[in-house]
Design a protein around this ligand. Structure first.
Ligand code: ZN
Length: 231
């Protein structure tokens, strides 16, 4: 096998290692990522606080209504007891009863409004809570999948590392040095020659260069410096 072909095979393995390493880094960075859950948790907490506050308002309104109802009862009891004879005093008392009743009605309407809000907020809390559950379940499933994928990739990379060792052990060490240096500089060290053109830089090779490549020698492109490989 020509050196160029060996180096080309080495490069195929290196590119595969590189791509798998990239995937591995991406997966590792996703591990433990839980921004979505934190956001959903924050929304739920704030909705729960709103619900608590509304329930507190609801109780206050109910107490106030109870208080107004007993005041109305007491005032009416006095009004119709017959104990008060003075017409002016009776008129004043009647007026007071009317004011209390108006306040009571107003408070009852307010309590109904709050009750509506409590109901809709309870529904919203339930929806947010089930959304959080869904995200958490999905998150656990995803984390498990990620761990499995990461293990698979690690084992694949270990196999590829092995394969690389086997291939590079067979290649002339000097050629591997040239290859490694080019890999560092250009990312791709070996370029295919197709229709007399270096695929690394897309420049036509001179006839003499082409002849050398055909002979199986280690030839670098005069233009981009890559090792030329004739498939
Ligand atoms: Zn070239």
């Amino acid at each position: 096998m020509s050196i160029a072909r060996q180096l080309y095979q080495l490069q195929e393995v290196d590119l595969e290692i590189e791509s798998n390493e990239q995937t591995l880094r991406r997966l590792v960075s996703q591990l433990g990522e839980n921004r979505e859950i934190v956001e959903a948790q924050t929304k739920l907490t704030s909705e729960q606080r709103r619900l608590d506050e509304l329930k507190h308002q609801q109780h206050s309104a109910e107490w106030e209504i109870d208080d107004l109802v007993s005041k109305v009862t007491a005032a009416e009891e006095q009004l119709y007891s017959g104990r008060i004879k003075n017409p002016k005093e009776l008129t004043n008392l009647q007026h007071e009863v009317d004011i209390l009743k108006a306040k009571r009605d107003q408070m009852e309407n307010r309590a109904l409004e709050i009750m509506d809000q409590v109901e809709s907020t309870e529904a919203s809390v339930a929806a947010k809570s089930s959304e959080l559950n869904r995200l958490e379940t999905e998150w656990h499933r995803r984390q498990q999948q990620l761990s499995t994928d990461i293990e698979t990739l690690k084992s694949k990379l270990s196999d590829l590392g092995h394969k690389r060792q086997l291939i590079s052990a067979e290649v002339d060490p000097q050629a591997v040095v040239v290859y490694d240096k080019l890999r560092q500089q250009k990312g791709q060290a070996v370029a295919k020659v197709e229709q007399g053109i270096c695929r690394g830089c897309r420049i036509s090779l001179p006839f003499s260069g082409l002849q050398q490549v055909r002979s199986g020698n280690l030839v670098q492109c005069g233009s981009c410096g890559r090792i030329l490989f004739l498939p």
